[in-house]
Design a protein around this ligand. Structure first.
Ligand code: PAF
Length: 285
């Protein structure tokens, strides 16, 4: 496995892969890799002749008061996971390599980024779409892999790819959960045992909505009240939002639909957690 730190090195590595292999998969990450990231690498390795992973804690998607400096950066462990799972190239740049002096261009996807996570983190999604557009341009992969866990993120990225006719396709991979139901996240390491127990209310509320759905309930208000009953009973959770929304526009729904996304977010202690479940058959656009 080759680790490169600059765009010219990355381009050279990718063109070497291209000369001998037919297809390239790409997994963009911010490091602190866990089994969820590993499963994205596994999907890419299964689908492609070569896989490129990027590890870059993107300052543009953090607000000044957020956890940029304390965001975990376990370089050795991260590179081992990439290697163990069959990545061929890892792009591990410094901030100035991605954002050189004089950098001015950003990518803004209108409307989709203002609700939900965007309401709590107004500059976040411009930072995400900007860095993903740059990484797509640097790597030139056939398909890039994103987790369903960041549901709004993958929605914005797919919209950006369609709107800007980007040649890299997006594949969304299922959420990986711990046995207790907690969705894996790099931020879970911040949680004490008590906070983790409170945070489990998120996945439990989604399970309740799923159970109602499986019994044939389609009324968004009914699904919402099943979620709210669990969330309201957890005093350690400061709820940001719970919603039954359209899978593509992310608008809250009031009438039954064949497929919906149940989204939930909240804070336990100082850690913000998000989770979601798609109810019904979903084929991302
Ligand atoms: O999901 C993440 O880890 C990040 O938001 C991403 C897509 C790598 C962009 O920095």
């Amino acid at each position: 496995m080759l680790v490169v730190e600059t765009v010219p090195e990355l381009r050279q590595a990718v063109s070497q892969l291209r000369s001998t292999r037919r297809s390239i998969g790409f997994v963009p990450t911010m490091g602190a890799l866990h089994a969820g990231h590993a499963s994205l690498i596994d999907h890419s390795v299964a689908d492609h002749h070569a896989t490129v992973v990027s590890i870059f804690v993107n300052p543009l998607q953090f607000a000044p008061h957020e956890d940029l400096t304390k965001y975990p950066r376990p370089r050795t462990a991260d590179l081992k996971i990439c290697d163990d799972h069959g990545a061929e190239v890892v792009y591990y740049p410094a901030v100035h390599d991605v954002y050189p002096t004089g950098f001015r261009t950003t990518v803004h996807v209108a409307e989709l980024g203002t609700r939900w996570e965007g309401a709590a983190r107004p500059t976040h999604f411009d930072g995400v779409t900007t860095v993903v557009a740059k990484l797509f341009g640097m790597v030139g992969a056939d398909i890039a892999y994103f987790g369903q866990k960041d549901f709004q993120q993958q929605t914005l990225i797919r919209q950006m790819v369609r709107d800007l006719n980007m040649p890299t396709q997006v594949k969304v991979c299922p959420i990986v959960r711990d046995p207790d139901g907690m969705a894996l996240s790099s931020r879970n390491i911040y949680l004490s045992n008590a906070e983790r127990a409170s945070g489990l209310a998120l996945s439990k509320s989604l399970l309740a909505a799923q159970q109602h759905w499986n019994q044939g309930d389609r009324d968004p208000a009914l699904l919402m009240s099943a979620m709210q009953a669990i969330l309201a009973a957890e005093p350690g959770l400061e709820l940001s939002y719970a919603s039954i929304a359209d899978v593509e526009t992310l608008e809250p729904l009031t009438s039954p639909q064949p497929v919906v996304v149940a989204m939930v977010a909240g804070r336990v202690g100082t850690t913000r957690l998000i989770d979601n479940a798609v109810l019904g058959p979903w084929q991302p656009l």
